[in-house]
Design a protein around this ligand. Structure first.
Ligand code: NDP
Length: 491
């Protein structure tokens, strides 16, 4: 064999062995899970098998929107130890919704208020709420292993997936460059910052109408661009939009580019979807309301999804194709996508998991025996940030934090990106506790502080050293980047 042939053979052997090894590790399914899937039935579990495993959670809930919290409510109220990983947008999409008028039994309320009450109700039945998010989920052996962004590792006996959906982006030139600098998905958070400006809203569904209505009292004009010839929004929403004299709906119009001066959006290129003609519109704000993408990345290749990527459920139940794994809410619902439906399905998911645990022999005496191995919430440090809302408190804080880095985090409870930063800031606060003072300021209450620090919109973080502002941060960041950002500023 000449040298070239030998090398070729070697490459084929290496690829073959790699493939076999990948296959073996990828399909390493424990005998319990194998038996469940094969028999579509229940082996009785010998719970002794779990002795010595730490951080066991009988019902682990991923997400904290209405679906997740309803499941947690039914789990914890049934006496099952339940832990909720609140995720990177605590409260889910409802925290960014204005008034809700179609929740059965209550005429009108704010989404964020509902989610706060909801968490309190769930906690009152003993569920643990953790400001943390799942980073990886291993369903290849039971109990299921879930690793979190904060570095915890849980062994879940049953799992509820309520990871929701993320707003879709346009992906056109300028979309990423001007994200948070005029391009946004949250009018309820940002509308007051567009006083007297021209803005565009993209989309023709209820979300687009809601964004336009929220912007109408502030903006000079609100142009809603619909790529087709029809609206998907409900008649009642369209009716309310038609009552506003500064909202204009344009059909067959789409954005092809977002332009700016590096700091903020200044104009958009608007394309006629029929003729292809383009023109430049001067605008300050671009509000995207073009639907959502289900958050299923953690379960890819294991949990069955439909053609549109939404997790499939079985029959009338909320169980997935995987034993002891239920799902509810927008991650599994491409059709109704209503908070009330998510809550109802969450109740079904909670009950399905309670019954599933019972069917494998889990009961109160098993729970008592396993108790020493349960996840102990006390192990997670309490690290609430300070909060101020007056100039006097601020002056005192600046004086007290001399020699340290002081961070003022301007937020509003109705701003999802603000709320998503809070667990990350609290986690970082625990790491740098002695060197940095982290403090929250609710911009909707502390008007004097907003004026003093010239805060243009939220989220907005201001970094102060010895009374002098040394930096400002407008964008949200992931855990690792924010940690590095703070580390650099400590010097
Ligand atoms: P929808 O899917 O209903 O609407 C999305 C809109 O965005 C459609 O007009 C769609 O156009 C358009 N679109 C999608 N992709 C693009 C793109 N790349 N460029 C331009 N336009 C695009 O989503 P919503 O978020 O509005 O609503 C989701 C669900 O939530 C619905 O069931 C709705 O009723 C509900 N909801 C209820 C509210 C309330 O009652 N207060 C408030 C908000 C939402 P096309 O039609 O051509 O596909």
């Amino acid at each position: 064999m000449n040298r070239v042939k030998t090398i070729k053979v070697l490459i084929i052997v290496v690829i073959f062995c790699g493939g076999v090894l990948w296959g073996v590790s990828h399909f390493k399914i424990s005998s319990y899970v194998k038996e469940w899937i094969k028999n579509k039935g229940i082996p009785t579990i010998d719970f002794k098998f779990l002795d010595g495993k730490e951080n066991i959670v009988p019902m682990l809930v991923l997400g904290s929107g209405p679906a997740s919290l309803s499941a947690a409510l039914y789990g914890s109220r049934s006496g099952i130890k339940t832990v909720v990983l609140r995720g990177n947008q605590p409260g889910g999409q409802l925290t960014g919704t204005s008034y809700i008028e179609n929740w059965p039994g209550i005429k009108k309320f704010r989404g964020a208020e509902l989610m706060t009450d909801f968490e309190e109700q769930v906690s009152s039945f003993g569920a643990t709420m953790l400001s943390d998010a799942a980073e990886s989920v291993d369903l290849s052996s039971w109990p299921y292993r879930v690793k979190t962004e904060e570095g915890h590792e849980f062994y879940a006996l049953s799992l509820m997936i309520g990871t929701g959906a993320t707003p879709r982006r346009l992906g056109i030139p300028g979309d990423s460059d001007y994200w948070g600098k005029g391009v946004t998905t949250c009018a309820i958070c940002d509308a007051p910052y567009f006083k007297g400006d021209k803005v565009v809203v993209i989309g023709g569904g209820d979300s687009a109408m809601e964004e336009a209505l929220e912007l109408s009292p502030y903006a000079k004009t609100v142009d809603v661009l619909v790529r087709g010839t029809t609206l998907r929004a409900s008649e009642s929403m369209i009716g309310r939009v038609k009552e506003c004299t500064n909202i204009f709906i344009h059909y067959n119009k789409a954005l092809s580019e977002i332009k700016g001066d590096g700091m903020h959006v200044t104009s958009t290129m608007v394309k006629d979807t029929v003729t292809g003609a383009e023109e430049e519109w001067p605008v300050r704000g671009v509000f995207l309301a073009i639907g959502h993408i289900p958050n299923t990345q953690l379960f890819k290749g294991v949990i069955d999804v439909d053609d549109a990527g939404y997790i499939k459920i079985k029959d009338r139940h909320q169980l997935t194709n995987w034993p002891g794994v239920a799902v509810a809410g927008d991650v599994a619902d491409s059709y109704y996508r209503q908070a009330g439906v998510a809550a109802g399905d969450g109740i079904k998911a909670g009950l399905d998991l309670v019954w599933w645990l019972t069917s494998i022999g889990y009961n109160s005496s098993v729970q008592t025996k396993l108790e020493p191995f349960f996840f102990d919430p006390k192990a997670v440090e309490k690290r609430k940030m300070e909060e101020i809302d007056s100039l006097t408190e601020c002056d005192q804080l600046i004086a007290d934090s001399k020699g340290k880095l002081l961070m003022l985090d301007f937020f509003t409870p109705y701003c999802p990106s603000c709320m998503s930063m809070i667990p990350i800031i609290e986690w970082t606060a625990a790491k740098f506790g002695d060197k940095v003072v982290f403090c929250k300021v609710d911009a909707s209450l502390a008007y004097d502080l907003v004026k003093k620090f010239k805060v243009p919109d939220v989220p907005h973080m201001i970094f102060i050293k010895d009374g002098v502002i040394i930096d400002r941060l407008k964008n949200t960041m992931n855990r690792a980047d924010f940690y590095e950002f703070i580390k650099k500023r400590i010097g």
